[in-house]
Design a protein around this ligand. Structure first.
Ligand code: PHE
Length: 448
């Protein structure tokens, strides 16, 4: 077997996995979902799922990846023995990576556009109506959002073509902590706004009566999306983890950091939304109207806005890299394409559907299927169906199909680690996670 690249250090896995996890899922999608699903009711379900199921599922992906040292398709083939249907889970993951990347780069393009707008000081002195109009005008512009999306995809392909280690580790090491620092500053600023109390009440006060099937599946999908689990990205990254790295503590660290950033995003956005009169249910435009309003009332707003969008672009890039890496690892290993060619082909294929997603966002666009825009449809299909289903199959595979001794060997690094949590994790992988995911998934199918 040919020598595979490894992450260089323990920090390498955490940095790369956190790079994949932190992104638009936390800062754009999380507030959007929390806002449309009842605020506090959503948050509580989200936290339970992310913390309780997120870590064991992330560990399960690492176990599969490191054990097989292969892309998701090859990994299921290798670990399940001959003539088995399990590789289908790998194919599902690669397809899912492709579909996510297509609509994710629509919003990634917006972040680039907004970075340009912040550099050009487009938000200063604007009122809410004007900021909302800027979002409308930008997303409806005949070519700008598409050009931004394509630039973003090209950047992603460039990094991925150069290889995992150089590409991914280097980007995230200093910049992710910096994003955290700036978010803490924004958080403190939001707490001083006049709508802070109302915003915090909306976000933190759960109205349990609002928890229904839709809230459950939205929270499950959001947790999976935000943690990059259920579709093979972390099987792929797991395949680059060194034999001595502690996967359980790394996964737990990433889950905590990702959850913290999502909650911080909520604390930044909801108080501000209530202060400026923006509906928490605004959906896609929520982050892109609230944040510019925040910056333009802040001392040093120009500077903070610029740095924030720059860091957001980078956080988004480390996520798109992990998505394209799934496709590239699969095609280089399964179809023997060279890495640069695989990266270019992957990006071009993604662009074909991605552009439709971007165009579907325009007012009056005919690109609707079953009452949803192509953009919404891709988002909904992946987060509400593919990822929960993938996650369910992954925990079933590790819990019931893989050899128990192999799983324990991975969890303890061949018996050298005393992972006290190992029993609890195995219990969740075998029983709790499959039942919880299945119940939520089925309740969505039945309860319309
Ligand atoms: N977790 C990323 C985010 O929150 C998105 C992502 C999903 C990345 C799935 C990789 C795989 O932005």
């Amino acid at each position: 077997m040919k020598q595979r690249e490894n992450f260089s250090s323990k920090l390498g896995i955490i940095v790369a996995t956190a790079g994949s996890a932190l992104g638009l899922g936390n800062i754009y999608r999380f507030p959007c979902e929390a806002g449309t699903n009842g605020g506090g009711a959503f948050l509580i379900v989200y936290l339970i799922i992310a913390l309780l199921i997120g870590t064991p599922l992330m560990v399960s992906e690492f176990v599969i990846g490191r054990r097989a040292r292969s892309n998701p398709i090859g990994a299921f083939r290798l670990l399940s023995g001959k003539k088995n249907v399990w590789p289908v889970v790998g194919y599902l993951g690669v397809l899912c990576a492709f579909l996510i990347l297509a609509f994710y780069t629509t919003v990634a393009g917006w972040t680039l556009g907004y970075l340009g707008k912040s550099a050009a000081n487009h938000f200063a002195g604007q009122d809410l109506g004007q900021i909302q109009l800027q979002f409308m005008n930008f997303t409806n512009h005949p070519w700008l959002p598409i050009v931004c999306q394509l630039i973003f995809l090209a950047l992603t392909a460039f990094v991925v073509a150069r290889g995992v280690k150089d590409g991914i580790e280097r980007w995230s090491k200093i910049l992710m902590p910096l994003l955290l620092v700036i978010m803490v500053v924004l958080c403190i600023n939001s707490l001083t706004l006049s709508g802070a109390k109302e915003g915090l009440r909306f976000f933190f006060n759960p109205d349990f009566g609002k928890i229904n099937g839709r809230v459950l599946i939205s929270a499950l999908g959001q947790a999976f999306f935000s943690l990059s689990i259920g579709m093979g990205a972390l099987i792929t990254y797991g395949s680059y983890i060194g034999k001595k790295d502690n996967m359980v503590s790394s996964a737990a660290g990433v889950v905590l950091a990702d959850t913290l950033v999502a909650v911080l995003a909520g604390v930044i956005i909801f108080p501000a939304a209530f202060t400026f009169g923006i509906q928490p249910q605004a959906g896609a435009s929520l982050a892109f109207t609230t944040l510019p309003m925040v910056f333009q009332q802040m001392t040093g707003g120009y500077f903070f806005c610029l740095i924030f969008f720059l860091l957001l672009v980078i956080a988004t890039l480390t996520s798109t890299i992990s998505l394209l890496e799934v496709i590239v690892a699969a095609t280089t290993e399964e179809m023997k394409l060279s890495r640069p060619l695989a990266a270019i082909l992957g990006a071009v294929d993604t662009a074909l559907i991605g552009v439709l997603a971007t165009l579907s966002f325009r007012d009056g666009s005919p690109l609707h299927i079953g009452g949803r825009t192509v953009f919404d449809l891709l988002d909904h299909m992946t987060a509400s169906y593919f990822m929960p289903l993938g996650g369910l199959l992954i925990v079933l595979f590790v819990g019931w199909k893989m050899k128990r001794a192999d799983v324990l060997d991975e969890l303890t690094n061949g018996g050298t680690l005393k992972t006290g949590l190992r029993k609890a994790i195995l219990f969740i992988i075998r029983y709790l996670a499959p039942v919880a995911i299945a119940v939520i998934f089925i309740s969505q199918l039945v309860g319309k």
